[in-house]
Design a protein around this ligand. Sequence first.
Ligand code: NAI
Ligand code: 15L
Length: 274
Amino acid sequence: MTTTPTTPVPFNRLLLTGAAGGLGNVLRERLRPYAHVLRLSDIASMAPATDACEEVQPCDLADKHAVHHLVEGVDAILHFGGVSVERSFEEVLGANICGVFHLYEAARRHGVKRVIFASSNHVIGFHKQGEKLDAHSPRRPDSYYGLSKSYGEDMASFYFDRYGIETVSIRIGSSFPEPQNRRMMHTWLSFDDLTQLLERALYTPNVGHTVVYGMSDNLDTWWDNRYAAHLGFVPKDSAEVFRAQIETQPPVAADDPAKVYQGGAFCAAGPFGD
Ligand code: NAI
Ligand code: 15L
């Protein structure tokens, strides 16, 4: 009988972009078991390195030269940095579209073989709530932000086909301490389940370019992870424990985008710059 170790062998150095953000702050602690050194990067300021197991390296993802320097010496990248909500195309362009190109180009030059890309449910946000989607379903981006994540997934696919760099693109639903509204009863991803998914994404061999929906074991899900079964991701949490609390919120009108579309309010953002 074989036994599976509970904590896999740490990487020498992992890079986390977006380290000053909401999820970055959570992952700063949770990724420690997976690397001898965690390189933390963001355009925003963050707490200095606490010990020799951390390196803090500020970087604007829109700056190609800086990103190339950032990626030097790392074994794998968790790419969480960038604009994380709907903004004007110009704001999204530098951080997310140029940024993801700079990151993959730097990975190629420095021989990095594995990227975990924080994609988003907003890649498929214009599908109606209740529709069942899998990784092969047509994308229906709901925003410039969602378009940038869709572009990031295509970038991942291209860099695997052309250069053999493997990526797990995680279409994160809603990763917060708790679901915040009725829609998130379907889309919520707990921090524990996110951590498990990142571990699987880092250590599963031969992922090619895998697309996986990042969601907990919620009662009524819209997403089917059959094409990511090889990751062995088995979420343990469920939004259900928050149902009574969420249902004290006022009901949402039937024609409100928050109730109609999987991407919710993102589907009604903009236009910008008129
Ligand atoms: P966040 O907005 O709190 O963190 C993003 C970080 O990226 C920020 O600290 C920001 O300063 C940094 N950033 C922005 N522009 C940058 C640039 N030009 N150069 C370098 N860094 C830059 O977002 P959050 O919630 O922590 O999300 C992290 C990632 O996960 C994002 O890529 C987001 O799109 C993705 N995601 C998050 C979801 C969630 O529910 N929290 C859902 C779906 C996707
Ligand atoms: C996202 O992609 C955002 O980054 C996050 O802030 C949430 O809005 C999440 O999607 C969501 O759809 O709930």
